[in-house]
Design a protein around this ligand. Structure first.
Ligand code: ZN
Length: 293
């Protein structure tokens, strides 16, 4: 059985993620995610995507897709942004904790991207990110350069295919290494085919405790969603600033443009109790919040 990899293009639809001069993180992420997936598919991996078009998804939904697919690995593609344009450059890969195959993979991806000219900003441990803590398999979030850096955008555009290859290679090189190790320890295994599956699923579940406020994926689009709102602004920049603060605190924040206002929200929940749990968490971090539908 081929290793099953779910590739996630970050954000999407009404949540474009970071924006810079008309460029949207959700578009860059989708393009790169599809290119990475295509390479992995061509190498025989069983690849699925959380989205293949510009649709809105909560981070909880993204994690739920990977869980329902029974994936062996989850890779989310994003682009980074600083507090102001040009503040930072570089690639970074986020993981839930400092251990296991995901760490090796993150380091390889960063190194492969750095070989193309990106600054290597290393790995970042982010236990609060929903796509990292609610996925039941090793999960990585690749920040493929800063979208508000002209330097990084030039690299992104001129070395696009090489970047996709760098991310895919970081994954496959690590899996290949793992494969050798796993066949070393199970020498009496008669069927070589079985050994091809790396033992990633053996990660103890306690390493990745699910966060309570994550909504289960609804079987169909719910009629009404409860959203935790942390602010509403006429100026996009003000909304972006708050978004960044929330993201830095690990919240799955996004911006919705509605009635002439940029609304900064955290999560969209079909169950009020989940929205309340998230609201409490956001409020405890010092944000002014309320629940809206
Ligand atoms: Zn992002």
């Amino acid at each position: 059985m081929a290793t099953k990899i779910v590739v996630d293009a970050g954000h999407g639809g009404s949540n474009p993620g970071a924006m810079y001069q008309g460029r949207r993180e959700s578009d860059d992420a989708l393009r790169l995610a599809m290119a990475v997936g295509k390479i992995l598919e061509s190498e025989g991996y069983d690849v699925s995507y959380t989205r293949t078009s510009d649709v809105t998804q909560s981070v909880g939904q993204k994690a739920a897709i990977a869980n329902e697919e029974g994936a062996d690995l989850f890779v989310s593609i994003h682009r980074n942004a600083g507090e102001y344009p040009g503040q930072y450059t570089g690639v970074q890969t986020l993981i839930y904790d400092d251990s296991g195959i995901k760490k090796q993979m993150a380091e390889r991806i960063n190194a492969n991207l750095a070989a193309l000219g990106f600054r290597n900003a290393g790995i970042s441990i982010r236990p609060n990110l929903v796509v990292l803590n609610s996925t039941e398999m090793p999960a990585l979030l690749v920040e493929a350069g800063f979208i508000d850096s002209d330097t990084d955008n030039r690299l992104f555009d001129s070395r696009f295919q090489a970047m996709a290859q760098a991310v895919a290679d970081g994954i496959t090189e690590t899996l290949e290494g793992q494969r050798v190790t796993s066949s070393d320890v199970s020498e009496e295994e008669p069927d070589g085919e079985e050994r091809r599956r790396p033992p990633m699923h053996q990660r103890p579940p306690m390493m990745c405790p699910p966060m309570p406020p994550v909504p289960p994926m609804p079987p169909e689009e719910p009629e009404e969603l409860y959203r935790v709102q942390a602010g509403a602004f006429r100026e996009r920049q003000n909304a972006d600033n708050l978004l960044q603060l929330l993201e830095n605190d690990g919240f799955p924040a996004f911006i919705v443009y509605q009635d002439g206002l940029y609304k900064v929200q955290v999560g969209a929940f079909s169950r009020l109790s989940n929205a309340i749990a998230m609201e409490r968490e956001v409020r405890e971090k010092g944000y002014n919040t309320y629940i809206t539908t």
